[in-house]
Design a protein around this ligand. Structure first.
Ligand code: 2DT
Length: 209
């Protein structure tokens, strides 16, 4: 049996990731593809509950290193599920993943390689769709500023860190400026179809960049 496709949607806060992952899931369903959505952080697991408190309560203090390792541990909580869904031929769509983990923590000043190291060994996406504004439109979007990381200056630093992944083979940048939800959805669908139609190699795992 051919394994499923591991798709990852990434981007800064309020770039429309969640809207687009929902829309991708609907398209996959219509196309007869059995797909599962996993959103990181997955806030309902034991570690995810701690992360949720950290994100929503500024009085809850953690060192940057501890917070980073919890986000990574949260991915390891789901790693076996992701691997086995893929091996069973299911497609898995990730809303944020290792790339957010590394970008947000290295934007705080932690070394990039150190940030990647606890994620080494996790399943690597076949395709990463990085949603990006050329301009910083996301900071003016509704709801921005409610959680810990939603500060314009910090978002700029995160963007710089995300861009360090842009030469990876699986990376596709989706420019969302002045595009409707449907247009962005079409760009994502086209990229997905190209990846899904290719012959699938064995699942890859994160290693050093
Ligand atoms: P959402 O707004 O998408 O729920 O994300 N984050 C996320 C990290 O700092 N490290 C990680 O590993 C992940 C997956 C990004 C909540 C915030 O958590 C940040 C925004």
């Amino acid at each position: 049996m051919t394994r499923g496709v591991l798709v990852c949607i990434e981007g800064l806060d309020r770039t429309g990731k969640t809207t687009q992952t929902t829309s991708l899931l609907e398209k996959l369903d219509k196309d007869g593809v059995d797909a599962t959505l996993i959103k990181f952080p997955e806030r309902t697991t034991p570690i995810g509950r701690i992360i949720n408190t950290y994100l929503t309560d500024t009085a809850f203090e953690l060192s940057d290193q501890s917070a980073h390792l919890l986000f990574s541990a949260n991915r390891w909580e789901l790693a076996e599920k992701i691997r086995s869904l893929l091996e069973d031929g299911k497609t898995v769509v990730l809303d944020r993943y290792v790339y957010s983990g590394v970008a947000y923590s290295s934007a705080k000043g932690l070394p990039f390689d150190w940030c990647l190291s606890p994620d080494i060994g996790l399943p690597k996406p076949d395709i990463v769709l990085f949603m990006k504004f050329k301009q910083e439109e996301n900071v003016t979007r509704e709801g921005f500023g409610e959680e810990r990381y939603e500060v314009a200056e910090f978002q700029q630093k995160v963007k710089t860190q995300f861009e360090k992944f842009q030469n990876e083979d699986n990376w596709r940048t989706i420019y969302v400026d002045n595009k409707s939800i449907e247009e962005v959805g079409e760009m994502i669908w086209t990229e997905y179809k190209v990846t899904a139609s290719r012959r699938r190699e064995a699942l890859q795992y994160f290693s050093k960049l």
